[in-house]
Each structure stands twice: as structure tokens, then as C-alpha cells.
Design a protein around this ligand. Sequence first.
Ligand code: AMP
Length: 208
Amino acid sequence: MLKRITLLGPPGAGKGTQAKLIAQKSGLVHLSTGDILRDEVARSTELGRAAKGYMDRGDLVPDQLIIDMIRGRIAETDGFILDGFPRTVAQAEALSEITSIDSAVNIALTREDVIERLSSRRVCKECGRIYNLLFNPPVDKTHCDICGGELFQRADDQQAVIENRYDVYMKATAPLIDFYSTRGLLREVDGSQPTEAVLEAIMDYLSS
Ligand code: AMP
């Protein structure tokens, strides 16, 4: 089984949702730079205070802060699924110096789908479970099916910020598709399919 994986794809493609499900099924450790940063912001740490402005605008946090934040966690983990890292070629180069990865799985989604999905995304405050009011709705629009926690909309899931995040993705992150393709590590999955179908495609590939 492949066990050092990164998930690529635009914001809203389902990286967080898939990474959580893959981690549950496979035992790989889920490492999300977005989740780590949101926790740093919530705790108002030095890193959180440095990152917040970039995140609120939908811009990328500077490479060196991200690399310093994630390096130790990657180095001490045997099998992992990276979600939201690397996001630039400089980060991918830094990652290759920390460890080799087995594969980069690109969850592909169009700009229209990204905007539709992100504006209807909701997240549980308690357990972090991700819902979508259109495609994967909770029974009660305001509370989590699993733990009953309150659902909220991420501050960066507002229309103007969503559009900037997509532009930033195209400029800074989409080049990673070529980066991993030329190294023979890229696998593409159609992210417009239902969650279960995307999961099955990725799991089949990881265990092949
Ligand atoms: P995400 O939850 O992956 O969509 O990340 C939310 C926000 O955190 C992004 O819009 C960036 O501002 C920041 N962020 C997360 N991961 C990275 C990364 N690898 N490099 C730079 N910024 C990041």
C-alpha cells in the first residue's frame, strides 16, 4: 500500500473530506496545514497571529512559516496523507528534502464547481466533520449529525475570498500538477463524483 501521499486539487475539491476518510480506513496520519493553521489562529499563537491576515484574504501564508510548521510532523510520521501541503513549488521542493513521497493524487474540479461547493460548505465546530448543504447535507442544517456540534461557515468561504483562493490556486499550486507528473508520481481523480466514488477511486489506487 502507498503510504506517503499528498492530495492536490483546488480549494473545495474535497481534500479535507477525503483525507479524513482515508485516514480512518487506512490508519495513515492526516496532516492538514489548513487545520493546523486554524488551530494556531484560534489559540492566538505567534504563528496564528502572523498567518491570520493571509488566511482571511485567501492568500497563501509564506512558505518558510509553513515549512517550519510542518517539517517535524512529517519527519516523525511513517505513513501520512497530506492535505493542503505542498501548495507551491518551493514547498514541494522542501518536502522532497524532508522525505520522499509515494504519490500525489490530484482531485480535479472546475472553477464553477469550486465556487458552488465552497459557498455551501459547513463545518462542525466540535468534531471538524465537513458537510455540504447541496451535496452532502446534514439532517439538521445547523447541527452535526454525528456529535450534535454547531455547524459554521469558514470565514474564507465567502464569495470574494473564494474567488481569490481559486486564482491563488491556479497561479501558485496548479504548477504542482506538472511538478509531480514529470516525476511520475501524479494520479488524477475526478472530484465532481460523489464523495464515496472519489474515496473508492483513491483507496483502490493506494492499495494497488
Ligand atoms: P485550507 O484549509 O487548506 O483551504 O487552507 C486555508 C488557508 O490556510 C489557505 O487559504 C491559506 O491561507 C492557508 N494555508 C493552508 N495550507 C497552506 C500552505 N501549504 N501554504 C500556504 N498557506 C496555506
